[in-house]
Design a protein around this ligand. Structure first.
Ligand code: FMN
Length: 322
């Protein structure tokens, strides 16, 4: 069973991927958070940095694109091909209102005829293998068979299914029935995604779908960055390892961003996940959230490492901000 680290905007950037790989070993695949290619404007410097080979040296990375313009997709795929990538991933899952209002991300699932035309152009000309990360529809699971019928017309490298509707956002339980029904029809490899937060979740879902060749983990791996190796039978992450991981992240963002605010903001985002692997973390989670300077931030981090201990078993399942 292959295990992928899900793309997470604001979390799994190249600084994070390098630090993660060096502390915990590489999962079978990382996916970049989405890039929004526009040929007219070119890629933003921030987006270019995500895909530069030197930023991803030695890591198995699949870049992800969010666009409903086949021309923009193919233009970006050409750049990625020149950089040596083998596969590009299309984002048909982003539920954000600003994205779906433009008929991108999960918004692209609303019009299957337009989706079909888009994929037809893309698959005729893409220099790279194309995989898709999708939700199961916009408002009703009954939409999925028609969406799937379109996917099945094309030689997808892989279909990653986040078993939720766009309108579910990240709420409610993933719709495993819809996933199960889709599995039987797909002529390409399928990957399951959605709420695999702890080792127990992964065991349950892989027992339910023993034929599924790959699982994608997002928030659970952001909380427990050692989850991939734990699923391979190795030890729960230790506090020293989280400390070493944190040092690499902190150092990485301090050299990447010029202002203190940007560093603080990114580190707080990481801690909104990481803190949850620590038992009894409520007071220090608040101190981290409230830190107004790097000095206050460092004091809160020191207190985490001095006073808290890592949860064992599946005890760290808690609420996520989404
Ligand atoms: C903060 C955040 C950022 C995300 N960014 C992306 C993204 O850039 N591209 C994408 O396809 N999915 C994105 N997702 C969705 C995740 O990849 C994943 O599908 C979702 O979190 C469900 O998996 P999980 O329950 O294992 O977290 C994001 C999710 C979160 C919480």
């Amino acid at each position: 069973m292959k295990l992928y680290f899900a793309p997470m905007e604001g979390v799994t950037d190249s600084v994070y991927r390098r630090a993660h790989a060096s502390c915990f070993g590489v999962p079978d695949q990382y996916f970049t958070p989405f890039l929004s290619p526009a040929r007219r404007k070119g890629l933003a410097a921030r987006e270019m940095r995500e895909i530069l080979p030197e930023e991803n040296a030695g890591l198995p990375v699949v870049p992800q694109l969010l666009t409903n313009h086949a021309e923009n997709f193919l233009w970006a795929a050409g750049i990625l091909d020149g950089m040596g990538y083998r596969e590009v991933n299309l984002n048909l899952g982003c539920p954000s209102g600003t994205v779906t209002a433009k008929k991108k991300g999960a918004g692209q699932l609303a019009d299957v005829a337009a989706l079909d035309r888009f994929l037809d152009t893309v698959f005729k000309a893409s220099p790279l293998a194309v995989s898709i990360k999708t939700r199961i529809g916009v408002a009703d699971p009954a939409e999925f068979p028609a969406i799937l019928a379109v996917f099945c017309k094309y030689p997808l490298a892989e279909l990653i299914i986040h078993a939720r509707l766009r309108n579910d956002f990240y709420q409610g339980t993933p719709r495993l029935d819809a996933f199960q029904a889709a599995l039987a029809q797909c002529p390409f490899p399928v990957c399951y995604n959605g709420d695999l937060l702890t080792p127990g979740d992964v065991q349950r879902v892989s027992a339910q779908f023993p034929g599924v060749p790959a699982l994608m983990l997002g928030r659970g791996a952001a909380v427990n960055p050692g989850l991939f190796r734990e699923l391979r039978g190795q030890a729960r992450v230790s506090k020293d390892e989280i400390q070493a991981f944190h040092a690499l992240l902190y150092q990485g963002y301090r050299s990447r961003f010029s202002g203190e605010r940007a560093v603080l903001c990114r580190m707080k985002e990481h801690w909104s996940y990481l803190i949850q692997i620590f038992a009894d973390h409520a007071r220090l989670a608040k101190a981290l959230r409230k830190a107004g300077s790097l000095q206050e931030y460092e004091a809160a981090v020191a207190a985490v490492f001095q006073t808290l201990s890592i949860c064992q078993g599946d005890d760290y399942r808690v609420a996520f901000k989404t």
